[in-house]
Design a binder for this molecule. Sequence first.
Ligand SMILES: Cc1cc2nc3c(=O)[nH]c(=O)nc-3n(C[C@H](O)[C@H](O)[C@H](O)COP(=O)(O)OP(=O)(O)OC[C@H]3O[C@@H](n4cnc5c(N)ncnc54)[C@H](O)[C@@H]3O)c2cc1C
Length: 421
Amino acid sequence: MGLFWFRSDLRLEDNEALTAAIAQCEKVVPVFCFSPRLWEKHPLGFSRTGAHRIQFLKESLDDLQTALQELGNDLWIVVGEPAEKLPEIAEKVGATVVFGHREAATEEIREEEAVANKIDLELYWGSTLYHLEDLPMPVASLPAVFGGFRRKVEKKSSIREVFARPTAIPGVDQPANQEAYLHLFPEFVAKDKRTAFPFKGGSNAALARLKEYLWEGDHLGRYKLTRNGLVGTNYSSKFSPWLANGSLSPRTIYQEVKRYEEARVKNDSTYWLVFELIWRDFFHFVSLQHGRNLFLYQGLQRVDPRLGKQQATFWKWAEGRTKDGFVNANQLELSSTGWMSNRGRQNAASYLVHDMGIDWRWGAAWFESQLLDYDPCSNYGNWQYVTGIGNDTRTKKFDTQWQAERYDPKGRFQQLWTGMF
Ligand SMILES: Cc1cc2nc3c(=O)[nH]c(=O)nc-3n(C[C@H](O)[C@H](O)[C@H](O)COP(=O)(O)OP(=O)(O)OC[C@H]3O[C@@H](n4cnc5c(N)ncnc54)[C@H](O)[C@@H]3O)c2cc1C
């Protein structure tokens, strides 16, 4: 008998660790554990997990639970440290081993180590497009910049096949224990009608979006032309929130892109979506390589970015009250919906760091709290990149006025979120 520890892999399809658990154990008990770090407060007073993401996570767990129930199993939801909760459940149901996926960021890795000290833990790699074991270099000698990494993996590695969705997961007779957790995240917000991300959490919604973006709307064939957009659902794929909690696998996306290329069109746009997924991979492997330096003020470069901690200035930025209407619109979109475009994120981050001179980690923590798609590797990696203290040291200061004129020339985006232009 084994436990399956769901973490950032909230899906049944392309789930290697779950496939292994089913193959090796007569019965499997699926567990999701709400770790206390999720509702910790940042020193500035906001929760590490804001209202938008907790709602999205709830929808994702509901969807997963239904999928497990359809296979004759169920999802245990517990609140507390995984290193305490998993051994407790194992004892209750008579399990001797825990299966799950490895993660790439330091807190999650520490969590794994703590669990492994208490019970047998069998971990697999499953969050990236390219498998860790298929990289053409050890993680310790990852090329310093993205271009070098991308060229090497594209030339020397290949992407594994998707694991089939299980058709049955035999479970135990005991009813699943589902502890209440929403009270730990007291804020609640209704969906803003203006949102660019009107979708729900969970694998079903993710697969529906994949179908819509590629096949029904045919948006993929134009992705490279539209990806810098700011308004609407289809300027970019919007896959990131599902990728972040694992209800969608990057390999599933890749497989569909290949099918689309065969059936419809293969062009710069279809390549560019995969190119962006390789960026995501890169940040995951960089996180494995550099560990806690991803979260430290001096970044991977170990240099002082000379930034300050003026709270009033920070809050002007976070609440969209700066002198820059474009930055404000992006910040208002984020706090109202949990979504901000990539163009918006680059500008908002650059403004905080390079125009306001505020510690990049405060900005990264605010994004951590607010973003639907928060992922430690992509978030802290991109913040370091914009600050110029990550692997790439070239300054990434964005001229936000110029950017607004180029990407929001008629002020449609600013009008939508600030009511002014
Ligand atoms: C300061 C800052 C913070 C960010 N924080 C996060 C974060 O917490 N979580 C997150 O998933 N992305 C983050 N990004 C990257 C990027 O903005 C989002 O992945 C993208 O906007 C998501 O929209 P999409 O799914 O429509 O992307 P698309 O443009 O459709 O791209 C497809 C996928 O490629 C990946 N991708 C695209 N751009 C990047 C990138 N620059 N870095 C890493 N992966 C990328 C994402 O998984 C995305 O879903 C951040 C970028 C910046 C500048």
